[in-house]
Design a protein around this ligand. Sequence first.
Ligand SMILES: Nc1ncnc2c1ncn2[C@@H]1O[C@H](COP(=O)(O)OP(=O)(O)OP(=O)(O)O)[C@@H](O)[C@H]1O
Length: 253
Amino acid sequence: MGRIIAIANQKGGVGKTTTSVNLSACLAYLGKKVLLVDIDPQGNASSGVGVNKGEIDQCIYDVLIDDVPVKDIIVETKVENLHIVPATISLAGAEIELVSTISREVRLKRSLEEVSPYYDYVIIDCPPSLGLLTINSLTASDAIIIPVQCEFYALEGLSQLLSTIRLVQKHLNKNLTIDGVLLTMFDARTNLGIQVIEEVKKYFQDKVYKTIIPRNVRLSEAPSHGEPIIIYDPKSRGAEVYLELAKEVIKHG
Ligand SMILES: Nc1ncnc2c1ncn2[C@@H]1O[C@H](COP(=O)(O)OP(=O)(O)OP(=O)(O)O)[C@@H](O)[C@H]1O
């Protein structure tokens, strides 16, 4: 069975999609078979690996709401070993429609069961909320990666995320673990970034990844070319650090 990892934090703009796309591509580059699941209605992970959302008939919405088998909507990407389950804006309605659906919290888990044996890793890019799409992702996952942006309010909102994780562990998925907390968009020129690292390490201790993702302009350019950093600029610092992260994730199991 593939290891299923959700990239989650209900705070917006902390680097969830950048991490989902580039961790997935780096795991694939290291020879792992990877399925990236885009469950964020913005669909940025899909365009980030080159999917033209205008050409997509069915997406994760149809899996969650209309029971379309997930294998029918998997798309190959230009990265060898990396496939994606895309999302389009139609997914925006799913949060409300799921409320009245039977087994609403376990729909993603059940649909991934049929494909996860064919992959080494399934990486889920969650939306910036703690609604049913994120709950479905945490219920389906073995582990969670929490990206935390190195900024003043870094820890704000994390207690809400942690209590959601505890609720999911108690009622829906007792096997869910925190694989790690990932510090993102670090700027070595500011004292603030260093203070945030200390604060996050004090709180999460050995759960913080050794790899810290710096601000890197190539990482922010790559999505507009529909390419993960390992293809867009393999020699950049951004590519180096996401490769380091992929190796750390592989070491965890
Ligand atoms: N390490 C980095 N260096 C430079 N820019 C970055 C880095 N990580 C992310 N960004 C940029 O910051 C913005 C937010 O990142 P991203 O979309 O990955 O966050 P997110 O948590 O997925 O956002 P949302 O909550 O909206 O889904 C994007 O424009 C992205 O290109």
